[in-house]
Ligand binder design. Structure first.
Ligand SMILES: [Zn+2]
Length: 201
């Protein structure tokens, strides 16, 4: 179910193993893979968003990750990620983008609002991370508990993606939340989008 295009065999194998593990964990949260997903390592940041280490192209079922050997310069911007080993960052990026892909595949023809897509991707990215590394990212952020629904907002995502992500995971991590709201979002019952919003608190 994965077509991996990386320059060397070690990286190819590593991406296959990581992707399979991530896919299996996402399925537990109701996000199911129904089509082949291509994962590609690209040299340089050839993404629509400048300085973006990974990107999901929904119309092509394609996840593109910038070659880890070129991350140094790109990571200067994001000190929190720079504190993580490359493998941990790679798994975090893959988790984030594969989540976007499987949200889109699970939702089928229904379009999931961008804020909802990013809520789920950010939550899974931090949820699947080992606690010690997650703590590094949480520690680097200024977000305080309890999580605030008001911060699950597309403008917060746009201007402060790290703050958005930490707050999203903290919201996901509340005992009353977890995978249930994720599944409700994907089937279209609830949304954080202000344009659509029936209750999600
Ligand atoms: Zn995203």
């Amino acid at each position: 179910m994965f077509a991996v295009d990386a320059n060397d065999d070690t990286m190819t194998l590593q991406l296959c193993e990581m992707a399979t593990e991530i896919r299996d964990k996402l399925e537990v949260c109701g996000l199911k893979q129904s089509r082949v997903l291509t994962i590609e390592i690209a040299d340089g940041a050839s993404h629509p968003l400048a300085n973006c280490l990974a990107y999901f192209y929904c119309e092509f079922d394609l996840v593109r990750v910038t070659n880890p050997s070129t991350w140094d310069a790109l990571l200067e911007e994001d000190q929190a990620y720079a504190g993580l080993p490359a493998n941990v960052t790679l798994k975090a990026l893959l988790t984030h983008e594969i989540t976007h892909a499987l949200v889109a595949q699970t939702a089928g023809d229904r379009e999931v609002a961008l804020v909802d897509q990013e809520y789920i991707a950010a939550s899974m990215e931090l949820e699947f991370m080992e606690e010690a590394w997650r703590d590094v990212l949480l520690g680097a952020s200024t977000v305080t508990l309890p999580p605030k629904v008001g911060l699950i907002d597309i403008w917060i995502y746009a201007f402060s993606p790290r703050k958005f992500a930490v707050n999203a995971w903290q919201h996901f991590n509340l005992p009353e939340n977890g995978c249930a709201p994720v599944q409700q979002i994907v089937v279209g019952d609830v949304s954080f989008s202000k344009a659509v919003r029936p209750e999600l608190r």
